[in-house]
Design a protein around this ligand. Sequence first.
Ligand code: PNS
Length: 162
Amino acid sequence: MKAAIYPGSFDPVTYGHLDVIRRAADIFDELTISVLNNVKKTPLFSVGERVKILKEATKDLKNVTVESFSGLLVDYAKEKNIHVVVRGLRAITDFEYELQNAQTNRLLSGEKLDTMFLTTSLEYAYLSSTTVKEIASFGGDISACVPEFVADEIYKKYGVTK
Ligand code: PNS
């Protein structure tokens, strides 16, 4: 049984994340999407809200589960006995940060936790949760970026009526 973790902030999930989730769910027998509970960030959505949104967005994928974690990814992965982390790579700008994280996790885990990168499909290469939130906060159209029910939730947070 090959299992992997797809960790992230997912504040909120975009079509770019969903593309990585679908492709990783095809590769692995079990995929756990893990929302980081990061006390250092002020997110738009609470961890509970992000988990709920992700569950709804992935409800057709039977081998996908969604949960949250706090602390170090290596400790969480060890607890779950999972040895592979999946991350999406959009562009060269992601590379340095992702490489640093992957190598740190490999070191911290005693070479037990590896990271596999999926290159984001080209149509989503420009997407980020931050950009989506900025567009939505000004009432812009985010229908190409997130599922409709997610867009509704984002507009609601910004008090934008559509
Ligand atoms: O969606 P994001 O914000 O790019 O995800 C980053 C994430 C959650 C994968 C990363 O910040 C993480 O794993 N944080 C947990 C803390 C940790 O283990 N830090 C050391 C790895 S460098």
